[in-house]
Ligand binder design. Structure first.
Ligand SMILES: NC(=O)c1ccc[n+]([C@@H]2O[C@H](COP(=O)([O-])OP(=O)(O)OC[C@H]3O[C@@H](n4cnc5c(N)ncnc54)[C@H](O)[C@@H]3O)[C@@H](O)[C@H]2O)c1
Length: 337
């Protein structure tokens, strides 16, 4: 693989994960420049990895002649503009989820990408978790037969501050979006209908900000499969990420990942460590696989494993989920399109 030079925009939680992965786990990749409106954050991150160029202005990343691809890790409401500018500058793009909360805006970004003939990958990292990948391969091989039911448990260890609801687009758009993508990935099918029961069970301030923190979501797929997703913003025992696929020939399930696998049996019970606490620890391998595949696709000109249309499809499901919650009825995806 030829050497790939990357420029990163946004040095927050996920920006740090990607820079560390690129600099430490992918020998053929190097980060050339980091930009963040909070330039101190960019400087701190750059210093950790000996990256020489930093800026408060994202256009310095976009226009940097050494940069082959731009990694967008800034807040969601910046993504579309940054994708359009990067595409117009002829750069390949990796953009964090969600691309935006408006399908109309997303389409503008996808049009710019198509016109420029560059590649756009969207950050649905969970597809690259080794166990979830294995499940998809088993489904493809017919090991579980026809898929009838997918069950996704996706619970965070702690809720974000209530103000985050406004900038993130709310729980369905920010958090469940990963589960919508996982359900599409596992079933290899499109969502036909969504029904949601949701509410506030954890933090009243989240409700006051117009969001929910607890939900049960039912999806029906074109393939005939059903999926149930359960979400909570607060599991007191940590990050709860489990998957089960049930079909005509069997069932496959994935448990949580634990920092230690030993179990201690005593007269009081069986004891083991809590699951890995949050996404930075739980999904480390998936982030590395994701970045490696992105770099390989750029280097070899091969197809991306997640593209802009996947980014749009998950946002449409998130909008249908919100509508179902607000109107307390099943919503067909056709109503959103
Ligand atoms: N795939 C995943 O697992 C995952 C995990 C977390 C976040 N995300 C997504 O990544 C994006 C960033 O989330 P985060 O949790 O890292 O946020 P964060 O708040 O931790 O970091 C965002 C960074 O962007 C900077 N920033 C703010 N406005 C900017 C602008 N206009 N231009 C450039 N930089 C700007 C901030 O100073 C901050 O350093 C969001 O879209 C979020 O949905 C994805």
């Amino acid at each position: 693989m030829k050497k790939i030079n990357l420029g990163v925009i946004g040095a927050g939680r996920i920006g740090k994960v990607h820079v560390e992965t690129l600099m430490q786990n992918i020998p053929q990749a190097t980060v050339t420049i980091i930009a963040d409106v909070d330039v101190d954050e960019a400087c701190k991150l750059a210093e950790r990895f000996g990256i020489k160029n930093v800026s408060a202005d994202y256009m310095e990343v976009v226009n940097n002649k050494d940069v082959d691809a731009v990694i967008i890790c800034s807040p969601t409401n910046t993504h579309v503009q940054y994708i359009i500018d990067a595409a117009n500058a002829g750069k390949h793009i990796f953009c964090e989820k969600p691309v935006d909360i408006s399908p109309v805006e997303i389409k503008k970004a996808l049009d710019a990408v198509e016109k420029a003939g560059v590649m756009l990958m969207v950050g649905f990292n969970r597809r690259f978790d080794p166990n979830f990948m294995k499940v998809r391969h088993m489904v493809d091989e017919g090991k579980v037969g026809d898929v009838h039911i997918v069950k996704i448990t996706s619970r965070d260890p702690a809720p974000p501050p209530a103000e985050y609801s406004a900038v993130s687009g709310g729980m369905f758009m920010d958090m469940t979006i990963h589960d919508f993508d996982m359900a599409r990935y596992i079933t290899n099918s499109e969502v036909k209908e969504v029904f949601v029961k949701a509410g506030v069970r954890i933090d009243k301030a989240i409700g006051e900000a117009g969001d929910v923190d607890t939900a049960i979501i039912t999806l029906e797929f074109e393939s005939g499969a059903f999926c149930v997703i359960d979400n909570s913003r607060k599991a007191v025992y940590g990050y709860d990420q489990r998957l089960e696929v049930f079909g005509s020939a069997g069932m496959v399930s994935v448990d949580n990942n634990f920092p230690e696998t030993h179990k201690f049996y005593s007269a009081n019970g069986v004891h083991r460590s809590l699951p890995l606490n949050f996404f930075m620890e739980r999904y480390t391998e998936s982030y590395a696989n994701e970045m490696r595949l992105f770099c390989e696709a750029i280097a070899n000109g091969t197809a991306l494993p997640v593209n802009g249309n996947d980014g749009l499809a998950a946002v449409l499901v998130a909008l249908a989920a919100r509508k179902s919650f607000e109107e307390d009825r099943p919503v067909k995806l056709d109503e959103i399109k």
